[in-house]
Design a protein around this ligand. Structure first.
Ligand SMILES: *Cc1c(COP(=O)(O)O)cnc(C)c1O
Length: 216
């Protein structure tokens, strides 16, 4: 499946983030040996353990809801945080980035599904954040946005939600990042819906079960 996915992604240069949550180091090394370097985790403790015990050239992506009091553990090494869902969290990431003397790349997570359980910003809060908060944060770099579609067999619904995310990206790009080439990522698409996400403009897909098998 890994090689097939890479072939599918090659024409569009989409980044594959292999979501290794709950999976052992041996599964990660198996893909690592085939050249994969981007891996995603949602739990901070698991992410830190894996960072400490696996090759140092792995690019670790934090994709799950992140509590502000845990940012300090991943700030020294995290490659990209996909799940910035509040101004407060972005400020804390900035603070911990300064302490680690690095700049941390982030994506703003948007709530595009109707389900209440999903975290994410709404467009107004995001605009406020980009206008009033972000300009004074020198140690974070917003690279784009992320979202999760509703878990459903209804392809049209999933497509509409991805399209909404793409529209949000285009509007923010126009209004806040017109001259900024680093704002370019749309992290959307998982095992069940990534083909639709690719058609709707994804630049980064997050694939777990399709690569590693089902989770318990
Ligand atoms: C677990 C997870 C994924 C991967 O899910 P699969 O359906 O196994 O591909 C992607 N994104 C987020 C935010 C996740 O928590």
């Amino acid at each position: 499946m890994f090689q097939q996915l890479l072939e599918q992604l090659y024409p569009t240069q989409t980044t594959l983030v292999a979501v290794s949550k709950t999976k052992p180091n041996s599964d990660i090394l198996d893909l690592y040996e085939q050249g994969q370097r981007d891996f995603g985790e949602n739990r901070v403790q698991e992410l830190c353990q894996k960072y400490e015990t696996l090759p140092k050239d792995i690019r670790w992506h934090e994709i799950g809801h992140l509590q502000t009091n845990k940012v300090k553990y991943i700030a020294p090494f995290v490659h990209l945080i996909h799940s910035v869902d509040s101004p407060r969290l972005l400020k804390e990431i900035n603070k911990q980035a300064l302490r680690s003397e690095r700049k941390i790349a982030c994506l703003l997570q948007f709530k595009i599904a109707k389900e209440d359980s999903k975290y994410g910003l709404d467009i107004e809060t995001a605009r406020q954040l980009l206008r009033d908060v972000y300009p004074s944060l020198e140690a974070v770099s917003i690279r784009g946005i992320m979202g999760m579609a509703t878990f459903t067999d209804d392809e049209q619904k999933v497509r509409r939600e991805f399209r909404k995310l793409k529209t949000i990206f285009d509007q923010l790009k126009r209004d806040f990042f017109a001259d900024d080439d680093v704002f370019k990522e749309i992290s959307m698409g998982m095992s069940g819906d990534y083909p639709i996400a690719l058609e709707e403009g994804s630049t980064m897909i997050r694939i777990g079960s399709l690569l590693f098998g089902p989770r318990d």
